[in-house]
Design a protein around this ligand. Structure first.
Ligand SMILES: [Zn+2]
Length: 188
């Protein structure tokens, strides 16, 4: 396994629309190695999510989560999001309700900002064993899944902000904005 270089804001790969992975290619060594390397890279940088374009691979793949556990359906508000590999995701909101939450991004280091997103979503995708998966997510997992799926379409969380008033550097975020919730420190 290897720790990959993370593309930062300004790199065109972050603005490209990533290509789907053919289901027959999911189990190939190339894709499996990419997934392993993405998990290792996400752990190295203490992230909660990482999309393939962030490591210069324009493919519709992301990894997310904070601990090894069976994926529960639905994924709830639990901040302990299980580790998942998501390939070719399709998401639809399951409610009209939007919620505001802090986001960060490994491609936009040391910046936080508040983003409004649908509170709950339904996700259809493939997992790393090329199985079809479908789940409903709310809370933190829903936010992370939406943030990472945006990366596959060249969309960054800045684009989703309705106001830049909450944009903050990490030091100022911790000093003036952060509550006790350490999980909000983890970038995606
Ligand atoms: Zn991100």
């Amino acid at each position: 396994m290897a720790i990959l270089k993370v593309a930062r804001l300004g790199h065109p790969v972050l603005r490209a629309k990533a290509l789907p992975v053919a289901p027959a290619d999911i189990k190939t060594p190339r894709v499996q190695r990419l997934i392993d390397d993405m998990f290792e890279t996400m752990a190295e940088y203490v992230g909660i999510g990482l999309a393939a374009p962030q490591v210069h691979e324009s493919l519709r793949v992301f990894v997310a989560g904070v601990r090894s556990a069976e994926v529960t359906t639905p994924m709830g508000d639990d901040a302990d999001m299980p580790l998942v590999t998501i390939i070719n995701p399709e998401i639809v909101p399951v409610s009209e309700t939007k919620v505001e939450g802090w986001e960060g991004c490994l491609s936009i280091p040391d910046i936080r900002g508040k983003v409004q997103r649908p509170e709950a979503i339904r996700l259809r995708a493939y997992d790393r064993k090329a199985r079809r998966i479908e789940l409903v997510a709310s809370g933190l997992p829903a936010r992370v899944i939406q943030h990472e799926t945006d990366h596959l379409d060249g969309v960054l969380f800045f684009d989703r902000m309705t106001s830049f008033e909450t944009l903050a550097f990490m030091d100022e975020f911790r000093r003036y904005w952060a509550k006790d919730d350490e999980d909000e420190d983890r970038p995606e």
